[in-house]
Design a protein around this ligand. Structure first.
Ligand code: HEC
Length: 120
């Protein structure tokens, strides 16, 4: 019996859910947010930077956009992406963005594409 438990333990550990931060990071890249907001979430051209912004602001914005309430013409572009997120995903992705600490990871690749001469 004990042997079975010992064998099962590593698998149970693998099944444990990743941290909210890691989940948010996965959502950010799997849902294509990086395509507009950049691989370091530092914004590109007219797309706003998201890293290090306050979590309540990011949640407020995403929920408004999800309800198709945009303040600018550009927001029409963002609405379909906000609509693809449920509350838990918004929580995870805003945790990732507000606590952003990818620069500590070995794979950090500075994103300088926001110097492309956009208008914002
Ligand atoms: C097609 C390009 C595009 C993609 C992909 C995209 N966004 Fe956006 N996003 C925008 C634009 C444009 C705005 C600015 C909207 C406005 O001006 O109101 C924006 C605004 C935001 C804001 C509000 C920030 C602010 O300063 O107003 C958040 C938060 C956000 N996006 C998160 C995300 C997340 C999370 C994803 C992935 C699920 C994502 N975006 C995917 C284009 C995009």
């Amino acid at each position: 019996m004990r042997k079975i438990i010992l064998i099962a333990l590593p698998f149970i550990a693998l099944l444990a859910s990743p941290s909210t931060y890691e989940e948010g990071k996965r959502i950010y890249f799997s849902k294509g947010c990086n395509g507009c907001h950049g691989v370091s979430a530092s914004g590109t051209n007219t797309y706003p930077a998201l890293a290090f912004r306050r979590k309540p602001f990011l949640i407020y914005k995403l929920k408004r956009l999800r309800a198709k309430q945009g303040d600018t013409q550009l927001s029409q572009m963002m609405i379909p992406f906000a609509m693809g997120l449920n509350d838990a995903q918004i929580d995870a992705v805003t945790t990732f963005l507000s606590e952003y600490h990818e620069q500590e990871s070995e794979k950090y690749c500075p994103d300088d594409s926001n110097t492309g001469g956009g208008s914002s």
